[in-house]
Write a protein that binds this ligand. Sequence first.
Ligand SMILES: C[S@@+](CC[C@H](N)C(=O)[O-])C[C@H]1O[C@@H](n2cnc3c(N)ncnc32)[C@H](O)[C@@H]1O
Length: 222
Amino acid sequence: MRMHKKSHLEERLAACGDILTVADLKEKNMKLASQQRELLDYVKIFGNSNPVHLEVGCGKGGFVNKMAVLHPDVNFVAVEKISNVMIEACESAMAEEIKGVHFLICAAEVLPKYIPEHSVERIYLNFSNPLPKQGYVKQRLTNPRFLKIYRYLLKPGGEIWQKTDDEAFFDYSLESFKEEGLNIVSVCRDLAAHPFEGNVITEHERKFMDEGKKIFRAVVRV
Ligand SMILES: C[S@@+](CC[C@H](N)C(=O)[O-])C[C@H]1O[C@@H](n2cnc3c(N)ncnc32)[C@H](O)[C@@H]1O
């Protein structure tokens, strides 16, 4: 489905400048991107050295904004490649004066240009696009090429927390985790039947739960 460009998008993004970094979205080649690093300075952005959690593909930001309120002792960086969607996340954070969250409009492919090596304690992959067609396997956010990037960004012992409604994508992800030598800490094939304390429900999770779909969850460690 094609989304209409939001009105005054550029001005609105500029108004969120204090909590937003905008990358060059044409940049998809990690090799080229890494030649000119523009690493986020966490101390400058957050004013502290709290642990950093990263959400990749944050959409409208419901999850990360709630997490930032619940966990003021964590610094959250939320990444999304579509500005039209990200603006909603940023404007909600601004309107609610949420601290401890920074937004990065960027393709996950070039994250090491912006996120310092081994600086992240946890990565959230919430309802990433399953991209079932074989031709798009490499775009899946749990494809080994992305797992290599996450390994580079995560601290030793850091974790990836994944949730999805798509069983085939979940199984593909578990295989990818194994292929990349990540340690699978926990696997849940029905989150409603085995809830965990502190689960924050994302926009897509709410929709899929309302449709009666099962939610799958994995935690893996580098
Ligand atoms: C299905 S939505 C899920 C949004 C949100 N996490 C939720 O659970 O409601 C997936 C999001 O990931 C973003 N995304 C997909 N591939 C990406 C990439 N390579 N880099 C950054 N964001 C990406 C999409 O633009 C989309 O907004």
